[in-house]
Ligand binder design. Structure first.
Ligand code: KIV
Length: 237
């Protein structure tokens, strides 16, 4: 039987076994009880309580206004619905950058108040200290590199076409693996770079607009099922 088929509850270890077995990992967002139940019943491996709730639920232009209280509320709703999937909760903007003590405090609130299984942080070298501090408390961390919605000032664009940008993204991926994250979201990264990162790392990469070479794929549920009126280039509704 496949690793996916055997897992009655998906853990960070399941995802790493799936990579080793060459099985693709599925990940979708959910922010509320009903849709989280639907996604979990469908057998999706990971449910991301994403700060994209800011865009698709609250109608904000960016994810920046999202607070820790908002994320905890959404994570609590999702947690009540889910039996099998691994629940990853986004740490919102301003709760981990530049201060690892605040990062740990924020991650602990997510674990205590919402009982998520893991947290996700955006960035590379500049947030490694925060990641390491969170890991000291035994909280599993998922990384997020490439396009980083929390720090996009201008237009969203694909990453990794310029040499210096490629080098930084690859280096960030290696640093995050070394720091101890269990998996990394790779967002809007050019195909050959996504393939290179996936081959170089022993932890799974989960792509969004980053080619089929990643070990898994993540999408915002609202984009996938056509609830979001805005067309996203790499999403087939
Ligand atoms: O918040 C979110 O939905 C995300 C995905 C884009 C990966 O971080």
């Amino acid at each position: 039987m496949s690793v996916h088929g055997k897992a009655r509850k998906v853990t960070t270890h399941t995802l790493q076994e799936m990579k080793r077995a060459g099985e693709k990992i599925t990940m979708l967002t959910a922010y509320d009880f009903s849709l989280a139940k639907l996604v979990d019943n469908a057998g999706v491996d990971v449910i991301l309580v994403g700060d994209s709730a800011s865009n698709v639920m609250a109608g904000q232009v960016t994810t920046v206004p999202m607070t820790l209280d908002h994320m905890i509320y959404h994570a609590q709703c999702v947690k009540r619905a889910v039996d099998r999937a691994l629940i990853v909760v986004d740490m919102p903007f301003g709760t981990y950058q530049g201060n690892s003590a605040i990062a740990l405090e924020s991650a602990i609130r997510i674990m205590k108040e919402a009982e998520g299984h893991a947290v996700k942080l955006e960035g590379g070298a500049e947030i490694v200290e925060s990641i390491q501090r969170i890991l000291t408390a035994g909280i599993p961390v998922m990384g997020h590199i490439g396009l980083l919605p929390q720090s996009q000032k201008g237009k969203f664009r694909f990453k990794g076409k310029k040499l210096d940008e490629r080098e930084k993204i690859l280096n960030d991926a290696k640093l995050l693996e070394l720091a101890g994250v269990f998996s990394i979201v790779v967002e809007c990264v050019e195909t050959s770079l996504a393939k290179l990162i996936t081959n170089k790392l022993s932890i799974p990469t989960i792509g969004i607009g980053a080619s089929h070479y990643c070990d898994g794929q993540v999408l915002v549920l609202d984009d996938l099922i056509g609830l979001n009126p805005i067309n996203v280039r790499f999403v087939k509704k």
